[in-house]
Ligand binder design. Sequence first.
Ligand code: SAH
Ligand code: DHB
Ligand code: MG
Length: 250
Amino acid sequence: MQPAPGQRKKCRPPAPFDGARSLGFDGPVNPETWSRVDHYLSDLFVPDLPEMQSALAASAAAGLPAIHVSPLQGRLLQLLAQLQGARRVLEIGTLGGFSTLWLASALGTEGRIVTLELDPKHAEVARGNFRQAGRAGQIELRQGPARDSLEAMVAAQEPPFDFIFIDADKASIPDYYRLAMQLSRPGTVILTDNVVRKGAVADPESTDPSVIGVRRFNAALAMDSRVTSTTIQTVGEKGYDGFTLTRVNG
Ligand code: SAH
Ligand code: DHB
Ligand code: MG
């Protein structure tokens, strides 16, 4: 994954710099600062890989929402899957396949990904992106409601996954977690995206179905002696949110 020296990404044209004050270093830190720091860091740590660039371009051209993981978060997915030595990866929520391609980049030629997506248009764009990246043989996209696909996988007694990324509709996270556990083994890692929701997760009065979903998920995790979990809040170009990292004990 390390780019050859000539492949190192070019920095963006420098944004006008009008001193530390505008960066928020001496005042309240703001979303503009989060984005600026994200761009600074991704210029350093995330090479401009052609397959990633074309996946994003094709997704944007097809009108998909730009709600994919950021490049730095993609790098984190790759690193976590590598640290885990993952060979079998499950993703819930494909969109155009940007996060899928990051996960795929962590796998050897033996590695396989199953990714679940409801929207037929997203699925079509993602399949095109997998072909374009030369990964079509490694990534199996199952189109339909993720809950149905997961239940079918449990019923078919598919072998457990090493790494599971939950990133679809947030109201259903508790169901996805319950089913993901049935597709896990001791040592499986489950990463769940978008679990802080600009801080709304701490609001017990929230009526937002996504917040309610995450809070039910948290309550289930806290009671579940089969797993160890933590949540890390994040800021960056995607705003203020967070990830939950869960490991199945044993
Ligand atoms: N993981 C992607 C982003 C996923 S966005 C990335 O970071 O690149 C969330 C996706 O979940 C959307 O494409 C949406 O269509 C899909 N989704 C929503 N509800 C779903 C459901 N019930 N089953 C499967 N996918 C669903
Ligand atoms: C949304 C979904 C995501 O997975 C994400 O990372 C950001 C936003 C959304 O549905 O709005
Ligand atoms: Mg997400």
